[in-house]
Design a protein around this ligand. Sequence first.
Ligand SMILES: *[C@@H]1O[C@H](CO)[C@@H](O)[C@H](O)[C@H]1NC(C)=O
Ligand SMILES: *[C@@H]1O[C@H](CO)[C@@H](O)[C@H](O)[C@H]1NC(C)=O
Ligand SMILES: *[C@@H]1O[C@H](CO)[C@@H](O)[C@H](O)[C@H]1NC(C)=O
Length: 354
Amino acid sequence: MVRIANALGLVILSVALLILSLISYVSLRKDSFITSKYDMGGPRIMFHAGFRSQFAMNFLDPSFVPLTNALNEELQGKTSRWKFNRTAFYLQRKEIFHFINIANNFSLTKSGVRVGQLMHFDYSSNKYVFSISNNFKSLLPDMSPIYNKHYNVCAVADFVFRCNFAPTEVYYKDVGRKTNMTTFNPSILERYYNNLLTIQDRNNFFLNVKKLEGAILWIPAFFLHTSATVTRTLVDFFVEHKGQLKIELAWPGNIMQDVNKYWKTKNLSPKRLSTGILMYTLASAMCEEIHLYGFWPFGWDPNTGKDLPYHYYDKKGTKYTTKGQEAHQLPNEFRLLYKMHGEGVTKLSLSHCA
Ligand SMILES: *[C@@H]1O[C@H](CO)[C@@H](O)[C@H](O)[C@H]1NC(C)=O
Ligand SMILES: *[C@@H]1O[C@H](CO)[C@@H](O)[C@H](O)[C@H]1NC(C)=O
Ligand SMILES: *[C@@H]1O[C@H](CO)[C@@H](O)[C@H](O)[C@H]1NC(C)=O
């Protein structure tokens, strides 16, 4: 069970990946870090094509998170010294607001776009465009879905964020059932729903969206031009099923530049921030207190040493290509989040949720 905090739980469970060469490095390290009471079937050292010596990795990856005793203990669920520092959290929120107006930038709105307007993509060359159609515009909210939702709502109710339309049914013991908002990268249609090409694909997708009724589907359609075609498929689908699906759609515009500016002040400037840290940024405007689950940037389970898939719901043995993910710097993000955890700004839940 996910332990929901008295204020707001932030559940993000899909951010465990790693650049290949880093896996090599960390795999080496874990033997000295996990105590012998964890039977790992003998030390396992993975070698990849990208294997490099520890020294070289240290040099090449200054972002590596040193596995300190404190972190080690928290990973094993031994300590619960964490205390929320509201002052520090408010201070951070103020800094974030300096760069981005989260309530307004959470989604494009009907009045903010016009039909025929050419949108660009945050992470693609400026030559790529997406023309706003009537159908697309009809799916935009009249006003920001989170406009009056911050502070009070957050103080009295739990609000659970998820990433990537992650399934919960099979995994509810670990990830909980509640979802109040999930990100939905249009490419999910391609990867998991066969571009909605068959009746069965459409039914599957419909039923899975239906399960989220009452929640917000946050669809970053303007980050990468490669999602343009699936975005049209998605728009058609939602227009066809308008009225049948009681779900709030949110379509952020080109917000990443502003979001990046804030994290850059914390010395975090990867080519692409993870969805997880992006959700944290949005949550900072809506929530009085944020707890993070599933933020772990390495390809192995810190408690058992076993391999972890990139997403918890990936099929066993799924090999993720590192293409595209090289743009992320998850260990760097983790290091920063762990620092924030230490400062009481946010709580990183590192041990087992069950
Ligand atoms: C809470 O955070 C503020 C601002 O960063 C800091 O000045 C203060 O010392 C912190 N309080 C505690 C108890 O750590
Ligand atoms: C973000 O919000 C500001 C203030 O309302 C607005 O001027 C700007 O266009 C918005 N940007 C995006 C990408 O939505
Ligand atoms: C969050 O979602 C759950 C269902 O998943 C719902 O019961 C709850 O009321 C929602 N909370 C808010 C604040 O919307």
